[in-house]
Write a protein that binds this ligand. Structure first.
Ligand code: GLN
Length: 197
């Protein structure tokens, strides 16, 4: 089975590990640079993107994250993890933005007040509407030409992928519908094939 790391600095870490185990993956916590070795894929979880970004810098993990990305290994950013994977071409923040996907995001885009909701989300490549939980979620404001949009809600982009990186604004680990996590497992197998060819 595939070994998937969950970046374990802040946020919904144990929820992801629990869900990954349920779908038969070998899920491990990632706290240090050497924890990235031997992973097939990495999840950057939801939580608070400013806090996670600050901890990535404090723990000196930015370079290892970037080399993991450059090696072509699969990365899945959920919610705060999506924010961290975005670019910041308009220079609106000093918070960490890894730029793994060519997209700009609107943080807390669905409003702080009506913060959380659940919906059945049409998702490209998945054969049923996915049970999706949004918690103070961002949306994707704009994407570059090489980005594939996978889902929209209320005319806003909420899931996308580019190369080895997948992002969703919702938390795929919080319901019993593991279709999006299975989609990531499939993506890992594909990226391994690409790297070996
Ligand atoms: N609103 C959070 C942020 O800006 C993200 C929320 C989440 O990950 N559930 O980081």
């Amino acid at each position: 089975s595939k070994t998937i790391g969950v970046l374990d600095l802040q946020g919904a870490v144990s929820e992801h590990i629990r869900a990954l185990k349920k779908i038969g993956a070998n899920a491990v916590s990632v706290k240090k640079a050497e924890d990235f070795d031997n992973l097939d894929g990495l999840i950057i979880p939801g939580g608070e993107s400013t806090a996670i970004g600050r901890l990535i810098r404090e723990q000196k993990l930015e370079e290892r994250l970037r080399s993991f990305y450059s090696s072509g290994k699969a990365i899945f950013g959920t919610c705060a993890g999506l924010i961290l994977c975005s670019t910041d071409e308009s220079h609106t923040t000093d918070d960490l933005r890894l730029g793994f996907i060519d997209m700009e995001v609107e943080r807390n885009g669905f409003g702080r007040q009506v913060a959380s909701f659940e919906t059945a989300l049409e998702f490209a490549g998945i054969d049923h509407p996915v049970e999706a939980v949004f918690i103070r979620a961002p949306y994707i404001q704009s994407v570059g030409l090489d980005v594939k949009v996978l889902a929209t809600f209320d005319d806003k982009i909420v899931a996308a992928e580019q190369g080895n990186v997948l992002v969703t604004a919702h938390h795929p680990e919080l319901t019993e519908d593991y279709a999006v996590l299975n989609y990531f497992l499939k993506k890992i197998s594909q990226t391994i094939k690409v790297r070996e060819s």
